[in-house]
Design a protein. Structure first.
Length: 69
């Protein structure tokens, strides 16, 4: 029986991502300043599974580019 990642669910995945970004985006902006368009686009295009680890990486990344690579 295949295992399904809940973050791949059509409704739950995007809702989880939206919630995570609601918390993370202000933290990213405090750390790195206003987000340029390319960073907003990158965040919007990320899979929910990729957004969640940003919470830890925002504490250690030296630049916005490093955070979103």
């Amino acid at each position: 029986m295949p295992t399904t990642d809940i973050l791949d669910h059509d409704l739950i995945g995007p809702a989880t991502k939206e919630g995570a970004l609601a918390v993370l985006q202000p933290l990213i902006e405090v750390r790195f300043g206003s987000l340029p368009a390319w960073a907003e686009e990158r965040l919007a295009g990320m899979h929910p599974r990729a957004v969640i680890p940003l919470g830890r990486r925002v504490l250690h990344a030296a630049t916005l580019e490093e955070l979103l690579q």
